[in-house]
Design a binder for this molecule. Structure first.
Ligand code: ZN
Length: 348
């Protein structure tokens, strides 16, 4: 098994674009092989320093232009040297093979399941690193149901969902349509409608993100997931239609399927206050799972008794009793709606 860390793609030294007070820097690696510049060819230290200087000076200039308000800066890709200088980055790696760009070199391996992603960058940097935007999704039914897995994984692993309309049209709404001639990329004319089921799914994830789960998904430190036994089919086959890429992309128009886990999970600690496990069943039917929850540990000690709460979306479904030792817990997961199991210390 090969593990991919496509969040760790390095950046290049050029291209600055100002869009509505948000700066995007595009790039691949911190190298420059030009012999006309005042650095050695390939000098990554010099390029990194130049990048940091550019971002710092841009931040000062934008804050001044905005009357003293700090303006968030982001990049398309990120590396560790820029973690402290960026507020967000736009990745698309989690959508592969239903997207081009970051994960494309591993496309064949992802499709034949000899490679999978592990969220190492999130695991190490999430609680103080920049926000990730990922998903490369549309709201159409025609793109296929693989998007439920893609956006579900983006969500449970603490990133913001991205709906992208650079290389294909907005879905039609109220008789209104995108005109390709008015876009920066002359995309083919695919005019699809908004899928209300998918829109409902995206809405449920967005509401959860700003609700109870926010403290974990936005500010939490990622923990190891709990052992989880899924009752019934543990995997589901989902389909994709790749039309939201440039027509020069080698697999433009590809139709395919991916077999993926039916139940996604992540675990989080919020400061030294509480811990939580986020679940998302991407199958069409409900799934029952049994989760083995061990006593959590906080930096300031190990509380003896925890109260367990169970949330569907942002609604408290009910208390789940207490946790005083390792406990096997049954959860019934609704189809395609997020669920949160939270443990809050009540006796230290
Ligand atoms: Zn250079």
């Amino acid at each position: 098994m090969v593990f991919l860390l496509w969040c760790l793609v390095l950046q290049r030294c050029r291209h600055l674009m100002l869009k509505d007070f948000v700066v995007l820097t595009q790039g691949m690696r911190h190298t420059c092989i030009s012999s006309a510049h005042q650095h050695q060819p390939g000098a990554s230290t010099a390029i990194t320093h130049a990048y940091r200087t550019m971002l710092s000076e841009s931040a000062v200039a934008m804050k001044s232009a905005a009357g003293g308000t700090a303006i968030p800066q982001g990049s398309e890709l990120i590396n560790e040297q820029l973690v402290s200088h960026l507020a967000f980055y736009q990745a698309r790696g989690e959508a592969s093979p239903a997207a081009p760009f970051e994960a494309d070199p591993f496309r064949t391996m992802i499709k034949n399941r000899s490679a999978e992603k592990i969220p190492l960058f999130t695991y190490v940097y999430h609680e103080f690193g920049p926000e990730r935007i990922d998903g490369w999704a549309k709201l159409s039914r025609e793109q296929g149901d693989f998007v439920y897995f893609v956006l579900g994984r983006v969500f449970v692993q603490g990133a913001l969902i991205e709906l992208n309309y650079e290389f294909s049209a907005l879905e039609g709404l109220g008789g209104c349509r995108d005109q390709p001639a008015e876009q920066y990329y002359p995309f083919p004319e695919h005019y699809f409608a908004i899928d209300p089921e998918l829109a409902g799914y995206v809405g449920s994830l967005a509401r959860a993100r700003v609700g109870r789960a926010n403290r974990y998904l936005a500010y939490g430190a990622m923990l190891r997931p709990a052992p989880c036994e899924v009752i019934g089919e543990r995997e589901v086959e989902l389909h994709y239609f790749l039309y939201h890429v440039g027509t020069d992309f080698s697999e433009y128009g590809e139709r395919g399927s991916m077999t993926v886990p039916a139940v996604l999970q992540s675990a989080w600690r919020y400061r030294d206050a509480s811990v939580a496990w986020m679940f998302l069943n991407v199958a069409l039917e409900d799934r029952r799972v049994y989760v083995q929850i061990d006593l959590p540990t906080l930096a300031n000690g190990s509380p003896r008794t925890w109260k367990l709460n169970f949330y569907q979306g942002d609604d408290l479904v009910g208390p789940m009793g207490t946790l005083t030792a390792s406990r096997r817990i049954r959860l019934d997961l609704p189809a395609r709606r997020p669920v949160l199991l939270e443990a809050v210390p009540i006796q230290t």
